[in-house]
Design a protein around this ligand. Structure first.
Ligand code: CAA
Ligand code: NAD
Length: 283
């Protein structure tokens, strides 16, 4: 099925990136958040990235204008009414996602696919909040979205081949490499990545080394582009704690327990780069 018009919910770092790549691929793209000022700020950020791309001769000034024309600020989910696809990228919380999917089910046309960018939550459970579980799917982009090539595509128990094929085709159109993953907490990406990050946080907690030294070990020793604590700040410690809790509960295995220091940082509001403080200071 043709996907020409999309609504992305959540104008945070992920929703902004997803909207950017959709608009770049020529799709009419609404970007929605609870407050229009958040959307406008994110579109300004995207415009800044595009200006840098023009300066680097990666895109033309005309392409920049075309991308920005394709991006439409939205302050109401009613804009989803004539969309072929909705991609949800809001907080990693099942209750909030269920409520949004229930609402979207009523607003959107019957053929509309409802995708979630969840990092770890069961697609089958999100789909159960709708009357169209056959059209609900996980479309898990990586951060930063315009740079990272992977999209994990996760089918819920009722997702049809047709829905899967449409999302796979769209991922390719966006210049991404889709990989199909089964619907288990954390999928593959976060089941592997967050265990490393949580262990790095334990190294800080137990005083084994400083955050800088832990990151240096992984950058120089393992050739990682970012150390695990720098990456944790980049992803958002609130998101990481949610993912660890979801895997801990979902598998019932103590190996997924979040480090107490991670809990403490989140309670303090030190959730990383977006808050100005995490394992590093960004002020
Ligand atoms: N948006 C768009 N483009 C960005 C960007 C952003 N937020 N941040 C960096 N870039 C672009 C830069 O413009 C630059 O482009 P050019 O090559 O055209 O110049 C390119 O990325 C490289 O950037 P920099 O030179 O500034 O910095 P770098 O070489 O250190 O690369 C990085 C930055 C790509 C983020 C790199 O550090 C990296 O790959 N880090 C690891 C990222 C990662 O692991 N992501 C996955 C996180 S887990 C996840 O997403 C799943 C989940 O559910 C939590
Ligand atoms: P973020 O905190 O940067 O942004 C979330 C945005 O959603 C905020 O702007 C918030 O105002 C908005 N929002 C919350 N409730 C809303 C609602 N009901 N309607 C509209 N907007 C609402 O978070 P993020 O890092 O962009 O993560 C978003 C989702 O993507 C989460 O499910 C997360 O697990 C997933 N994810 C995150 C990463 C990452 O590296 N941060 C990577 C892949 C997937």
């Amino acid at each position: 099925m043709a996907i020409n018009k999309v609504l992305v919910i959540g104008a945070g770092q992920m929703g902004g990136g997803i909207a950017q790549v959709m608009a770049t691929a020529g799709l009419t793209t609404y970007l929605n958040d609870v407050d229009i000022s958040i959307v406008n700020k994110r579109i300004e950020f995207i415009a800044g990235l595009l200006t840098k791309d023009v300066a680097k001769n990666k895109i033309t000034e005309e392409k920049k204008s075309e991308i920005l024309t394709n991006l439409i600020p939205s302050d109401t989910l009613n804009n989803a009414a004539d969309c072929d696809l909705v991609v949800e990228a809001i907080v990693e919380n099942m209750k909030v996602k269920e409520s949004v999917f229930g609402e979207l089910d009523k607003i959107t046309k019957p053929s509309c696919i409802l995708a979630t960018n969840t990092s770890s939550l069961p697609i089958t459970e999100i789909a159960a909040a709708t009357k169209r579980p056959d059209k609900v799917i996980g479309m898990h982009f990586m951060n930063p979205v315009p740079v990272m090539k992977l999209v994990e595509v996760i089918r819920g128990i009722a997702t049809t081949d047709e829905t899967y094929a449409a999302i796979k085709e769209l991922s390719l159109k966006l210049g991404k490499s889709p990989v199909e993953v089964r619907d288990f907490p954390g999928f593959v990406s976060n089941r592997v990545l967050q265990m490393m990050i949580n262990e790095a946080i334990y190294c800080v907690y137990e005083g084994i080394a400083t955050p800088e030294d832990i990151d240096t070990v992984m950058k120089l020793g393992m050739n990682h582009p970012m150390g695990p604590l720098q990456l944790a700040d980049f992803i958002g410690l609130d998101t990481i704690l949610s993912i660890m809790n979801i895997m801990h509960e979902g598998y019932g295995d103590s190996k997924y327990r979040p480090c107490p220091l991670l809990r403490q940082y989140v309670k303090a509001g030190w959730v990383g780069k977006k808050a100005g403080k995490g394992f590093y200071d960004y002020k």
